[in-house]
Design a protein around this ligand. Sequence first.
Ligand code: 13P
Ligand code: SF4
Length: 355
Amino acid sequence: MENTHGLASVAADIPSLAAQARAALGPPLSASEQSLLEQEITALLSAQNAVLVAHYYVNSQLQDLAEATGGYVADSLEMARLGLEHPASTVVVAGVRFMGETAKILSPEKRILLVESSAECSLDLNCPPEDFSTFCDQQPNRTVVVYANTSAAVKARADWVVTSSIALELIRDLTTQGEKLLWAPDKYLGDYIQKQTGADMLLWHASCIVHEEFKGEVLVNLKTQYPDAAVLVHPESPPSVIALADVVGSTGQLIQAAQDLEATLFIVATEEGILHKMRQSAPGKRFLEAPTAGAGATCESCAHCPWMKMNDLSRLAQALRHGTGEVLLDESVRAQAAIPIQRMLAYGRKHSGGR
Ligand code: 13P
Ligand code: SF4
C-alpha cells in the first residue's frame, strides 16, 4: 500500500483474513436452538450485571436481543457513549475489535467482552501503528485526526478521534481555526470531508472492503429504474457513489433520514445489517440494497461485513459462559488513547449535530 506521502506500509492480507472470517461463520440455528440460547444469554447477562451493546451491522437476532435485555443497538459513536454511561459492570460488545477497544479505553474499570475477539475491520488492519507513527513524525506541524475504526495504539498517537457522525462538523471547525490536518485511515471518508470542507488534509490510503464495492455506474441505472427513490450512502463509499446520494451519513444518521424524509422508497449504500433497524423504525417504507455487482462487476463482500457477521448467539453465549473475548489493553496506551476520544465526546456534547 502506497500512501499519499510516499510511505510504503505493510498491508495486511485483507482478502485472506476476510475469507477466514467467512469460513468461520456458524451454521444457521433452528428455532428451538435460538430460543434456548436467548434464554441462557438473558439469564447470564442479568447474573453478571452485563449489558449488550450491538452495532447496526450485526445480525437481527443480536440486535433484537440487545434491545430485549435492556441493551442498545447503535452507531459507533453512540456505542462508545453508551458503554461509558451505562451502570453495568460488564459491557458485551457485538461489533468489531476497535469497538470493544474503544469501550475499554473509556471505561477501564469495567469488564469489556467482545462476542468475537477476531472480528477485525479492514481499515484498522491497514493502518499499522508503527507505520502510522512514522507518517505522523514526518508531519509534525499537522493536527492528527483518526477515524474510530483504528487500534488503540493508533488512537494514542492522535489529537482527535472522530466517527463518521461527527467528522464533517469537527473538521470544518478545525479548518476554520486554520489547522492543517493529517487524516487516517479511510481514504474515501477523507476525500469526502476534504471536498466538503476544503480542509488541508494529508490522507492515509486504506478503505473498507464492504463499502468499496458499491458501484456508482450501476447505481445510476437503479436510480433511473426507481426515480422516486432516495439514496442513502455511508461516507466510506467511493466518490462515484457519494455523488449520487441524497443523504450521506453515519449508520445512525442514515436510519434517522429513512424516518425523516418523505420518500417511501430508499436505495441504501451501506452494510445490509442496517436494513433491519430501518424497516423497524420506518414501517411501510421500502428499502433496496445499492448494487455491489452488475454490468460485469463482481463482489466479494456483497454488502456483508465478514467480521460483523461473525457475531452470533452461539459466540455470545460462549463469551458470557467463559469470559472469553475480554479486551485488555496496555495501560499507558489506553490512557493516551482516551484523550482524543474524550475530546470527541466533549465536542459532541457542545454541538447538537454531533449525534
Ligand atoms: P458508524 O460510525 O456509521 O456506525 O460506522 C461504523 C462502521 O464500521 C461503518 O462501516
Ligand atoms: Fe470495518 Fe467496513 Fe466492516 Fe465497518 S463494514 S467494520 S469499516 S470492514
